[in-house]
Design a protein around this ligand. Structure first.
Ligand SMILES: O=C(O)CCC(=O)C(=O)O
Length: 293
């Protein structure tokens, strides 16, 4: 039985929505939405393609991460391999590979690219720290929440992506690991014997086409599959509440470091303890659902 992701992520015309409508309907209630055509008026929409990146920065050496070797007990901080950016672009355009390039600070290497877009006026409070994500066909960004708890606007510039989202209030049923923003569940092949909580989650699904922007409110769990090789750009705005902003700062500045130290000191035993805590929390959440039924 597949996991319930039967609710579609709504798709709206990003060129027509006003700031007032967007804030009222999506930012304040923290609801995800796909904004079609939001970036159409920026040069990047037509200018950024494989050839453009190859020509303008193909010689740059980039650190790549293997999706196959992704180990849920580790934070992904060390690249699996390195190669020239032009070689990597050729790889994802033409051949099967599992190498991904994520949280790529492309604008540090080529600040001129910042002139190719602006921050859409449908909301305010942008954090001026854009990142790009590149991946080959069939690669997966494993399920996680963004550690800084900001609202994310993820725009697709090449290829299509399938996106699955879960509200942050389902973290326990998704076996969120403590001191972390990841989970060990595989939502494509749910194992209900090991993870019975997955029977009770309800998610949303959508496809990001060329030029679509996914608005993903703070704390939303996301699983991303590259239906085709391609790339996207993310910009973010501050979370809507002080509590979420403080949580983001705590995650970044304290929790992550504490997790690294405890992993260094206790290795696998620390990971096993975190998994046990995640299972206890999921069992309690299931009991509550059954009690309330
Ligand atoms: O597009 C991707 O590969 C990942 C994007 C993501 O995880 C994010 O923007 O937080």
């Amino acid at each position: 039985m597949p996991i319930d992701i039967s609710t579609p992520i709504p798709v709206i015309d990003g060129e027509k929505i006003t700031r007032e409508e967007f804030e009222r309907n999506y930012v304040h209630p923290q609801k995800p939405v796909i904004l079609r055509g939001l970036w159409k008026n920026y040069p990047a929409y037509h200018k950024w393609n494989y050839n453009f990146f190859r020509k303008s920065m193909g010689d740059l050496e980039v650190g790549l991460y293997s999706s196959k070797q992704a180990d849920p007990s580790q934070t992904l901080s060390t690249p699996t391999t390195k190669m020239k950016f032009s070689e990597y672009l050729k790889l994802i355009e033409t051949e099967p590979t599992d190498l991904r390039l994520f949280l790529f600070p492309i604008f540090k290497h080529k600040p001129e690219l910042l002139h190719d877009f602006d921050y859409p006026p449908i909301t305010k409070g942008y954090i001026k720290l854009p990142f790009m994500f590149f991946g080959p066909k069939n690669s997966i960004t494993r399920m996680h929440q963004d550690i800084d708890m900001s609202n994310v606007f993820l725009t697709q510039f090449e290829g299509r992506k399938r996106v699955v989202l879960f509200h942050p209030n389902q973290s326990d049923l998704l076996y969120k690991l403590p001191f972390n923003v990841h989970s060990t569940v595989d939502i494509e092949h749910p194992d209900y014997d090991i993870y019975p909580g997955l029977k009770y989650v309800h998610g949303m699904e959508g496809i990001l086409e060329y030029g679509d922007t996914l608005y993903m409110p703070a704390g939303y769990w996301h699983h991303i599959e590259y239906v085709e090789g391609g790339y996207g750009l993310s910009v973010r705005t501050l979370a809507p509440t002080l509590a979420l902003r403080l949580r983001g700062a705590y995650n970044l500045l304290i929790q992550r470091k504490l997790d690294d130290i405890l992993r260094f000191l206790f290795g696998k035993r620390w990971f096993e303890l975190k998994k046990r805590i995640a299972h206890d929390r999921a069992n309690r959440a299931i009991e509550k659902i059954l009690r309330d039924e």
